[in-house]
Design a protein around this ligand. Sequence first.
Ligand SMILES: *Cc1c(COP(=O)(O)O)cnc(C)c1O
Length: 422
Amino acid sequence: MKEMYENLGISPQTLETGNMICRSLKERFEKIDENAEYNQLKVLNALRECRVSEACLLGTTGYGYNDIGRDTLEDVYAHIFNTEAALVRPQITCGTHALALALMSNLRPGDELLSPVGKPYDTLEEVIGIREGNGSLAEYGITYRQVDLLENSEFDFEGIKEAINERTKLVTIQRSKGYQTRKTFSVDEIGRLIAYVKSIKSDIICMVDNCYGEFVERIEPSDVGADMVVGSLIKNPGGGLAPIGGYIAGKKECIEKAAYRLTSPGLGKEVGASLGVLKDLYQGLFLAPTVVANALKTAIFAANLFEQAGFAVIPDSTESRHDIIQAITLSTAEGVCAFCEGIQSAAPVDSFVTPEPWDMPGYDAKVIMAAGAFVSGSSIELSADGPIKPPYAVYFQGGLTWPHGKAGILKAYQTMADKGLL
Ligand SMILES: *Cc1c(COP(=O)(O)O)cnc(C)c1O
């Protein structure tokens, strides 16, 4: 074993440090496996109840009328998320697109959008118009209000009550921390927030940005009152196999609005050929609970290793998990770059390239990304990224298999050690 790790450039000393941490995590890993077992059964039962057949795995072309595989997959998602309907399409190009679609289809000029959990994910700033964006909600006369979290990361209930007015149509709640150092909300906390919002104005549509949260817990935000949950298929629910796509699951009325916006008024869900991707969307969903478990083990391992090395980690080594992201504050640009270099060089694809910070569309600072992935940009695969700005935190996520996750984290650690950054 030692030799295999040495081939990867990992010293016996680093390996021993890692193994010591692994031994201490046995019980937590067992709990994660139990969760995966529960969610595996949830997915399996949905596939059975929706009578997924071999024919569902084939695709259509052209208009895609009567695409039984596509329609059944949407039914499967609705079962898993406990919603009336779902829109799951390869034509939804990414998570930002899915979120923009949910917002733009359910808001009308004169409506107001409220984020009661502080600033949303960077790429949504241009969608909303917080930063100028071509075709933003702001351009269509949809206003935006934000209530920041309190210092201790709790909801500002008083502030939220004051912000809600007769124009407030939709509330957007981001489950995961994204590129911030706040904590990620548990599904229970989100449920309490939704109940509070609805107690003030019952017809507000509550949407949850569910990116990176799927299958981490046994329930999803749609089990606790969310009208829409939205996410990317090249994150958790695609299980590493989905080559593209996004989903929106929720109330029938919300999903129909989204479908008419995605395709066209009059057409809605009826068109949209699935081409050849359905088998991967189904099989990826089937694998997703265990893949998410592997990613969680990798994140917890990283938290423990880097906390022991003296870095601030969010969540910390013992906290409960509500998404697969691990933030590690490395405090320097060099640290962020070295960490990403290590992850990249332990990747199954493009292990020989060195990642460089670049001006990524949609972000306001340079971002460095390590992703040697089978699906380009997939962040359910072992990947790390960080904006090159204070507090110089790296956000690390994914790991299709736990052994690969462990190797990747050890390699990141070793790269920092080799550069004298530990
Ligand atoms: C990844 C992510 C998005 C955007 O998804 P993309 O697929 O990168 O467009 C939005 N919100 C959160 C919380 C995310 O993690």
